[in-house]
Every structure is written in structure tokens, then in C-alpha cells.
Design a protein around this ligand. Structure first.
Ligand SMILES: C[S@@+](CC[C@H](N)C(=O)[O-])C[C@H]1O[C@@H](n2cnc3c(N)ncnc32)[C@H](O)[C@@H]1O
Length: 421
């Protein structure tokens, strides 16, 4: 899921261009549709309004407290800073932009099928490796095949997960993905055992329509939330600040994927979803809400290490009828996404409104509950973050090597005749 597909908006897992991500792969065959936004440290807080600065500070506080409690996160943040501060990495990006274009002048145009058109192959290879490791009882040789398994896959195109589940394992299922007319990828896998419908899960409440399409509650053994937002798939071109901070679009997607999962899964079923953002304050809040309704939780890397940080696995669903699931549903469906909605809730309850929807979705402090969840996740998070840090370091060192030895071609490297460049 991952971001295998072109320039995911936060694929640099930094909330703002991490600087070294993908840079050293130049020329990268094929390039992402658009490079990530400018480097985080380029965003002058002078140009941001007070609320945006406040939110950045909340994310930073969470990152700092997490770094104190998790060495692998600390190492990853240090590597990101090294990338942001590296002239060589910036130089790589300029080279890349000169070759492939950037923003409106990008030479990669997925609408017209130029540039990156992902195939299912890499996904299938990835899932063949990971799914049996995550849940041998569902995907492995020991799986019970007496009952045909059913799945729902949201953000399914090009169809690698479906190909794996239907083609390899013989399951049947439902696939939903952004329509090609809306810049979705389009399915490359089809089967009589797979029903498909276009769907835009950034639309509030879309999960209810999808639940009807899969045939109602408690019918699925597995729900996959595979949506990764490509820049071209965002309605609004994100700014530096909103790329880090604007949550509504992402939130609606997580809400739809997770609410579909909580309703469509049978007891014992499993939920898997891609977490695309570089910041983890939202992830922690989502997991605090979901964890009690499942028997196990862990994270895994993705095959597109440079774009989508991780997938989250929640296995052994307790079932919609349980108090834990009901609480998770309540959190996801009743927590306002927009500040205006917070005020409406306040007025209805006589609470006087005020407050901030954004804060309700972001963990800012360490607590006993966080510590307990972190203990469970520590090992798999370390694997994900160490993989990312290694990837970023390798790219930065390669960029620095090329920069120093002046292999960058015209205008590249130190003394390239362009002032600092
Ligand atoms: C990383 S790909 C998923 C890959 C897929 N799981 C596979 O195995 O082939 C992400 C998908 O999410 C889709 N997507 C992006 N925004 C979406 C949205 N708002 N609603 C539904 N799908 C969306 C993209 O078009 C793309 O097909």
C-alpha cells in the first residue's frame, strides 16, 4: 500500500519534505508524481498563523516526549534533521526537479498515464512475505480452509492485495478505490470472486455505503485500509503548513476505513491499514481508541520505505457487540473533525462550544495508557523506524558523496557556479 504509488503527500514521513527522502535515487525510475513539499525547516514560523504554530508545537512536544521514551524514534528524527540540514540533499532535489519537474510543471502526469503507473507485482510479493507472518491462522499454511474467507479492501487499486487474497489464497471479497476519473489508479486485477466499486473515502460517512455493499455487519474476516493519498488525489494543493497539520482529509479517510472495519469484521477478524503521515501523534490517538477492541497490535514496514512509513495490524477482533468496540466506534464517529463541529457539540450539550477538534485527534503527552501501548509496540516500531532511518541515511550519504565528488553534472556540486549551489 504503501505508497507504492507515486509521491504520497507525506511519504517522506516527515510532515514536510524530509530532505533526504528519495533524493539519492536520482534518476529514480520512475519518479513520484510530485516531490514532497519544502523542507520543514524552510517553513518560517513568521508566515504561519498562531493556531498553526500552536499545532506544530503540539506535534513537536509529542515527538520530543516519544523520543525520550523510544531510542529508535529519536534516531529517526536525528536522521531527518541531518537530511534537512544537508546541502547535498537539497542539491539532489534540485537536480531531480530539473529532470522531472515539480508541482504544476511536473513531467509526470498520472492522469494521462505518463510517469508512474504502479503494477500489482510489488504489492503481491510484499503481501506474500508479510501476511502469513502477521497471522498464520488466516494467511499461512495452517489456515482453516473449511470456510471460504471474505475480505474488504479500501483503496484497493491497482489490486495487489486482492490478487494475493483471491489469486493465491482463493478468498472472495470486495474492493473499493478512488475512480480513475478522480485520479485513482484503476484496478489491474479482476476476478469473478471480487466485487469492485469506485469509492472516495475522504467523503464523510462513506463507510456506511461500503458496509451496505459488502452485505452488512460482521461478514468479513479481514478488512484492509490501503488508501495512500497521492498529491494529485488531494482536492486542495497542500501548503507547507497544511501538509504537516491539516488533518481533515486524512481523518475522514481513517474514519471511513476504521469504521468500516469495526462494523464489517466478524469476531476474530483482523484490520490492517496504511499510516501515511510522518507525525505519530494521530497514530497514537487512533491506536489508543482501537487497541482494546483487538487481541493484538503491531506495525510493519511497507515496501515503499521512502514513502509510506508503516502499516498497522490489529488482530483478533472482539466483535462489534462488545463494549470495547462500541467505545472505539464512538470515538471515531463522534469526535468532531472540524472546529465548527466542536462548537455545535458544545451548544447541543450546553457546554458552550470552544475547544479544538484537532486536539481531540492528537496525543500530546505520555501517560500510563500510552506507556502500556508503547510497550506492546516497541519492538515492531523499532523495526519500522530503524528501517526508515537506515534508508534516509543511505540516501543522504549517497547524495553527500555525489555532491562532494562533483558528479552532479552542470551546476551541481560545490563550486557549480550558482552562488551557494
Ligand atoms: C498504495 S495504493 C493501494 C495499493 C493496493 N492496496 C494494492 O495492494 O494494490 C493506494 C490507493 O488508494 C487510492 N486512494 C487515494 N485516495 C483515495 C480515496 N480518497 N478514496 C479511495 N481510494 C483512494 C489510490 O488511488 C490508490 O489506488
Amino acid at each position: 500500500m504503501s505508497g507504492g504509488m507515486g509521491g504520497s503527500s507525506n511519504g517522506n514521513y516527515g510532515g514536510g519534505r524530509s530532505g533526504n527522502d528519495e533524493a539519492a535515487a536520482l534518476p529514480p525510475p520512475p519518479p513520484p508524481a510530485v516531490r514532497p513539499p519544502g523542507r520543514e525547516h524552510d517553513v518560517s514560523t513568521d508566515t504561519l498563523d498562531d493556531e498553526t504554530v500552536r499545532r506544530k508545537n503540539v506535534l513537536q512536544s509529542w515527538s520530543t516526549v516519544l523520543a525520550k521514551n523510544d531510542a529508535s524514534w529519536d534516531v529517526l528524527q536525528a536522521e531527518k534533521r541531518a537530511g534537512w540540514e544537508s546541502e547535498a540533499v537539497d542539491w539532489r532535489w534540485r537536480q531531480r526537479d530539473a529532470t522531472f519537474g515539480h508541482g504544476g510543471s511536473s513531467k509526470v502526469d498520472r492522469v494521462n498515464n505518463r510517469g508512474m503507473v504502479p503494477s500489482t507485482r510489488k504489492y503481491v510479493v510484499f503481501y506474500r512475505e508479510w501476511m502469513p507472518k502477521l497471522a498464520p491462522e488466516l494467511f499461512g499454511r495452517a489456515a482453516d480452509e473449511s470456510r471460504p474467507r471474505v475480505f474488504a479492501d479500501v483503496g484497493s487499486a491497482p489490486g495487489g492485495m486482492c490478487e494475493y487474497l483471491v489469486g493465491d489464497l482463493g478468498w472472495s471479497g470486495f474492493a473499493f478505490s478512488l475512480a480513475p476519473g478522480d485520479e485513482g489508479f484503476g484496478m489491474q486485477f479482476a476476478s469473478p470472486r471480487l466485487a469492485y466499486a469506485d469509492s472516495d473515502v475522504s467523503v464523510a460517512g462513506e463507510w456506511r455505503r461500503l458496509l451496505d455493499l459488502v452485505g452488512g455487519r460482521a461478514v468479513c474476516d479481514f478488512v484492509n485500509g490501503g488508501v495512500v493519498i497521492d498529491r494529485g488525489q488531494q482536492r486542495v494543493e497542500p501548503s507547507e503548513a497544511s501538509d504537516t497539520l491539516a488533518m481533515e482529509h486524512h481523518l475522514e479517510i481513517y474514519r471511513n476505513e476504521l469504521l468500516l472495519g469495526l462494523h464489517a469484521l466478524r469476531p476474530g477478524g483482523a484490520l490492517y491499514f496504511a499510516y501515511q503521515l510522518g507525525q505519530t501523534a494521530l497514530l497514537m490517538r487512533l491506536l489508543l481508541a482501537l487497541r482494546p477492541a483487538f487481541a493484538s497490535v503491531r506495525v510493519t514496514p511497507t515496501f515503499a520505505v521512502g514513502r509510506t512509513p508503516m502499516y498497522v495490524w490489529l488482530g483478533g477482533y472482539a466483535g462489534l457487540e462488545t463494549a470495547a468496540a462500541a467505545a472505539a466506534v464512538r470515538f471515531l464517529s463522534e469526535t468532531p473533525v472540524a472546529d465548527a463541529a466542536v462548537e455545535e457539540v458544545g451548544e447541543k450539550t450546553g457546554g458552550g462550544g470552544g475547544g479544538c477538534a484537532w486536539d481531540a485527534w492528537h496525543q500530546s503527552e505520555w501517560s500510563a495508557e500510552v506507556a502500556s501501548l508503547h510497550r506492546e509496540l516497541r519492538e515492531s516500531l523499532a523495526h519500522v523506524w530503524t528501517t526508515q532511518a537506515d534508508h534516509l541515511r543511505k540516501q543522504r550519504l549517497e547524495a553527500e558523496h555525489a555532491f562532494e565528488s562533483g558528479k552532479g553534472g552542470k551546476g551541481g556540486g560545490k563550486g557549480g557556479g550558482k552562488g551557494r549551489w
